[in-house]
Design a protein around this ligand. Structure first.
Ligand code: NAP
Length: 470
């Protein structure tokens, strides 16, 4: 895959970049390693103003950064602005809370004093996807830099300008030059970086195959990884739910980011008592969405990020319909006759009566395509929700307390949202189970992933010791 910005709304190639040469890569690894030696010794109080300055830069230039994202991967501009605002939030959150999350923890033992002391691990490689080109990176970088680690970013090949802009933000904020560097390179070089002894750990957000590959390489090197992979999130609606609110949220949850979100609701599992009404309202709302130019504030659905994603989506829908799924709306590419004629647009689509063999039943669908399922009771709803190799998020709509408690306990997912839409929040841990990955980002759990959890045990020898052990 070339490292290039190709506007997915027009098909126009805007900029092509060369991959790093061996020499350039070596320089960056060396710089990262040398930077870590000193940077790890800085205090939270020294790092926090730099992170707050990064937040300020993001805030001051949020419209420019938003336009850059929309140009490179096609998300509607309103969503792009919100994404930058969320990056501001995560920078401020960790600037203010890193010291608290990583404070020494005293544990009473037979020692005079014993405690847990958190220390940075070193250079961390972040392999990141294009779908939230700023947010995915900042939710890694803000805690990593606040811990005292150093970051190397291998961003997706279709968002190189976002990658370079993020590197520049940290540099302009005052972080040392080697604290956060972008590696413009294809995925073929990831192995070489991971095997380098100067790299301590890796985090990958992306597809299951990429996760397997990175985890395999890191495993051989005995290096820690965090994996945030795909999802096929269920969205369960039971009869006691507020149907109007559930439908409105369902549409948003499926079509956020043009349907290309790991935590987008993908399978709508609806109780038979309300199924027909849900289907009718859901299809009407999906039909009403405005597809078009992502730079237009009024657009709901922009183009898919690449031509390949569009082709994959078309194929998944075609095969699902051929296998017997009923097409309730959409099902084809969306065509414009102006400068958007070569854009990767797809109509908002709804499938129902989906047989088990269809891709829409089992695979992750990355685009504005919803799969509807009818169930007759809570047991079937939970079984169907769990009938996927993934376990990222789950949303369930009910006002029945017994149902709610069962859903919280029995849904196999890294998070459960009741009467709401799955979303990440800097304060809450985020991550999956099963093939959606392992480890957590965000909150206190996230900042403790790439640290040495060091046990300290001290016995004071009164007669010999000069200082005291408080
Ligand atoms: P992808 O193809 O796996 O790419 C993600 C990143 O991994 C890119 O930087 C890519 O580089 C790199 N990569 C690809 N294959 C690799 C390999 N074999 N070894 C090392 N690196 C490799 O995923 P995508 O299509 O861009 O993103 C969509 C996927 O990400 C979906 O499955 C989605 O659910 C998942 N996702 C998960 C989360 C989460 O938090 N759980 C969030 C967002 C997205 P190149 O671009 O150079 O190929």
């Amino acid at each position: 895959m070339p490292i290039a910005s190709i506007d997915p709304a027009t098909g126009q190639t805007l900029k092509v970049f060369d991959s790093l040469s061996d020499k350039q890569l070596e320089e960056k690894l060396q710089r990262a390693n040398e930077t870590f030696r000193n940077y790890q010794r800085t205090s939270f109080a020294e790092r926090a103003p730099l992170m707050l300055r990064a937040a300020e830069i993001l805030e001051e230039e949020k419209n420019d950064f938003a336009r850059l994202m929309t140009t490179e991967m096609g998300k509607p501009i309103r969503a792009a602005v919100q994404e930058v605002e969320k990056c501001v939030w995560v920078c401020r959150y960790y600037a203010e809370n890193a010291g608290k999350h990583l404070a020494d923890e005293i544990i009473e033992t037979n020692a005079t004093k014993s405690y847990v002391h958190f220390q940075p691990l070193g250079v961390v490689l972040a392999v990141m996807p294009w779908n939230f080109p700023f947010w995915q990176v900042f939710r890694f970088a803000a805690p990593a830099l606040m811990v005292g680690n150093v970051g190397l970013l291998k961003h997706a090949s279709n968002v190189p300008q976002c990658a370079l802009a993020i590197e520049a933000i940290f540099r302009r904020a005052g972080f040392p030059e080697g604290a956060f560097q972008t590696l413009l390179m294809g995925s073929d070089l990831v192995q070489r970086v991971l095997e380098d002894t100067r790299v301590a750990a890796a985090t990958l957000t992306g597809s299951e195959p990429a996760g397997r590959s990175v985890a395999g390489i890191a495993g051989k090197q005995i290096k820690k990884t965090v994996l945030e992979l795909g999802g096929s999130d269920p969205f369960i609606v039971m009869p006691s739910a507020d149907l109007g609110e559930a439908v409105a949220t369902a549409v948003k949850a499926r079509t956020i980011n043009n349907g290309q979100s790991c935590i987008a609701a993908k399978r709508f599992i609806v109780h038979t008592q309300i199924y027909d009404e849900f289907e009718k309202r859901f299809v009407e709302s999906m039909k009403a969405l405005r597809v078009g130019d992502p730079m237009n504030e009024a657009t709901d659905i922009g183009p898919l990020a690449t031509e390949q994603i569009l082709k994959d989506l078309e194929e998944q829908v075609k095969v699902s319909v051929a296998a017997g799924a009923k097409l309730l709306t959409g099902g084809q590419t969306w065509k414009a006759d102006d400068q958007l004629a070569r854009g990767n647009f797809y109509e908002p689509t709804v499938l129902a009566d989906i047989p088990k063999a269809a891709p829409a039943y089992r695979d992750e669908i990355f685009g504005p395509v919803a799969s509807l399922f009818r169930v007759h009771n809570i047991d079937d709803a939970i079984d169907l929700a769990n009938a996927t190799p993934f376990g990222l998020g789950a949303a369930a709509w009910t006002n029945d307390v017994a149902e709610r408690d069962r859903l919280i306990d029995e849904l196999e997912a890294g998070c459960v949202f009741i009467n709401g839409m799955v979303a990440s929040d800097p304060r809450l841990p985020f991550g999956g189970v099963k093939h959606s990955g392992y480890g957590r980002e965000l909150g206190e759990f996230g900042i403790r992933e790439f640290v040495n959890i060091k046990t300290v045990w001290i016995k004071a020898q009164q007669s010999k010791e000069a200082g005291s052990v408080e």
